[in-house]
Design a binder for this molecule. Structure first.
Ligand SMILES: [Zn+2]
Length: 241
């Protein structure tokens, strides 16, 4: 049998250069968009420089090939992009897969937990609650101007393709195994500029909502947008803040 054809990086130069300036992206909207639509959206963002070519990458993902490093860095650094009723998320180029498609729907947001009784305001309980929303990347207590003086805040990767949760139900399990009464914890999301009160998704408003209405009888409103908190504080010393 003949020996395998051998090659080095030199013959791959064109492909490696293309991959180096490529991002894999997902365009989140009500139905899977065409490549033409994704290219049109990219042209709207980088119109002046005509800097990007969009290719189908399989798995309902797109390959965005940039002409230069500056546009590539901007696209990655400012992701996710919000345009009209769509969200465009990016990652450095890697081989597309179903897992990557799912991963690109998850975007990190800072989430605050409100309405917790005084003795329940711990990082451990906050992290447990926040984990219900997605992958918790960072969690701590922060000072706030409003009473009661501190709030739990976590950086959580949430699925922006799904409606936002605006509250979580929690219940304490007593030492004897019995369950205490349940209560609701309110959620506030920092840095959310546009939210739809119709379908409860980030990135567009109710006037151009492509999704189905979710009943609005349980208080989902502007209060889910959180103000910036004060500095991080030690959870055992906040009483003196
Ligand atoms: Zn909507």
């Amino acid at each position: 049998m003949a020996s395998p054809v051998e090659f080095t990086d030199e013959v791959l130069e064109a492909g490696l250069n293309k991959a180096r300036l490529s991002l894999v992206g997902r365009l989140l909207c009500s139905s899977h968009p065409s490549r033409i639509r994704a290219q049109h959206m990219a042209n709207n963002i980088w119109a002046k420089r005509a800097a990007v070519t969009v290719l189908d990458a399989g798995f309902r993902l797109f390959q965005f090939v940039f002409a230069n490093q500056v546009d590539y860095n901007e696209a990655l650094g400012k992701a996710p992009w919000f345009i009209q009723s769509k969200i465009l998320t990016f990652k450095r180029w890697e081989t597309p897969s179903e897992e990557l498609f799912q991963e690109l729907a998850r975007v990190p947001y800072s989430v605050q937990l409100w309405n917790l009784p005084e003795e329940y305001r711990t990082v451990a309980l906050g992290a447990l609650l926040a984990a219900r929303l997605g992958t918790v990347e960072d969690a701590a207590m922060y000072a706030v101007w409003e009473s009661p003086g501190c709030v739990f805040r976590a950086r959580v990767k949430i699925d922006v393709s799904a409606p936002l949760e605006h509250r979580l139900e929690a219940r304490k399990r007593n030492p004897d195994g019995s369950a205490g009464p349940s209560f609701w914890v309110s959620l506030r999301y920092e840095g959310v500029k546009t939210v739809c009160y119709r379908c409860r998704r980030i990135g567009h408003n109710q006037h151009n909502c492509p999704f189905e209405l979710i009943a609005r009888d349980d208080g989902f409103g502007p209060e889910i947008i959180g103000n910036k908190t004060g500095p991080k504080i030690n959870e055992f010393s906040y009483a003196s803040v």
